[in-house]
Design a protein around this ligand. Structure first.
Ligand code: NDP
Length: 286
């Protein structure tokens, strides 16, 4: 009998990285498909990032995820950057194409997949409000623009960050992107089809924090989304539910970007329900 003890490797490089739950969902997916693959959660300090990428090449690793603080710095160490990741200016996923390492960004794509496939909403032609102008917002706004949204209003507390993100993305994509500074309470206008909280407000341990928004003008068909996945039921989503609005949680984005990564690396359809379920225990979801 011939045996094969050689595992294929994927990793997450970050610092800090120990609390990143991605390994739980990827390992569950590998096991479900009977793949002898491993997902390693590896602490890599900034000064060692180039060595880590050289290590990937030496080990013939199939891919990786990047998290804080490597999403921008990794780009110079790769062979090619996907067009949307180049627009976003950050890479959170590496895939291998023969000997080449290609940088991708699945944050915005994961969000979009959730909007389309979980919430059954096509962002094409929609009027969208995005709260926040950090890395997650930038990825989401880029993908919403590429998906043909009719109007994207970015609302951010910090004027400089919001204005420069919008100016940069509008120039690069020619998309319908606007900026407004966040007032004391932002009244989300009637006619908004999708509202996205892309800030970290509500993230554990600040679970009682709620973005300063007034949702009362939004119409019932609208979709309210949160990128915060810990906890998945944020105060914003609870408030939206009370108004009978439809909601999409940050867990959907997390799982969907994991699904996209899994499929880029293995070439197999991802077992999405198994991946979602595998996150329940690490995220203490009942
Ligand atoms: P950044 O630090 O890059 O950006 C944070 C954003 O939140 C900024 O726009 C900041 O505004 C805003 N913000 C933070 N606190 C407040 C506050 N009290 N009031 C108003 N605005 C505030 O973070 P990221 O974009 O990388 O991450 C944002 C969130 O997205 C995190 O919770 C992260 O966990 C989540 N995320 C979820 C993913 C998923 O798969 N579900 C994937 C990636 C990220 P300002 O510019 O004024 O400081």
């Amino acid at each position: 009998m011939s045996a094969n003890f050689q595992a294929e490797l994927v990793a997450c490089f970050g610092q800090p990285v120990a609390e990143n739950p991605t390994a739980a969902m990827q390992e569950a997916a590998f096991a479900a498909l009977g793949l002898n693959w491993r997902y390693l959660t590896v602490e890599v300090p900034p000064a060692k990032l180039a060595d880590a990428i050289r290590g990937m090449r030496a080990f013939g690793m199939k891919g990786a995820n990047l998290t804080i603080p490597h999403k921008v710095a990794v780009m110079e160490h790769l062979d090619r950057i996907a067009p949307d990741a180049a627009l976003i200016g950050a890479v959170n996923t590496i895939r291998r194409e023969s000997d080449l390492l290609i940088g991708e960004n699945t944050d915005g794509k994961g969000f979009l997949r959730g909007v389309r496939e979980t919430a059954h909403v096509d962002p094409k032609g929609k009027r969208i409000v995005v709260l926040g102008a950090g890395g997650a917002a930038r990825a989401i706004v880029t993908e919403l623009t590429l998906a043909g949204a009719a109007d994207i209003l970015v609302v951010n507390r910090g004027m400089l960050r919001g204005e420069s993100m919008v100016a940069d993305l509008a120039a690069k994509t020619h998309g319908p992107i606007r900026f407004e500074r966040w007032p004391i309470i932002y009244a989300v206008p009637a006619g908004t089809d999708i509202l996205v909280n892309a800030t970290s407000i509500g993230l554990y341990p600040e679970v009682d924090a709620m973005p300063a928004v007034d949702l009362r003008a939004i119409e019932p068909a609208a979709l309210v989304c949160d990128v915060v996945f810990n906890p998945p039921e944020t105060r914003l989503l609870a408030a939206a539910r009370l108004l009978n609005l439809r909601v999409l949680d940050g867990l959907s984005m997390l799982v969907n970007q994991g699904v996209i990564g899994f499929e880029l690396w293995t070439g197999h359809p991802a077992p999405e329900p198994i991946m979602k379920n595998a996150l329940r225990r690490p995220l203490e979801i009942p």
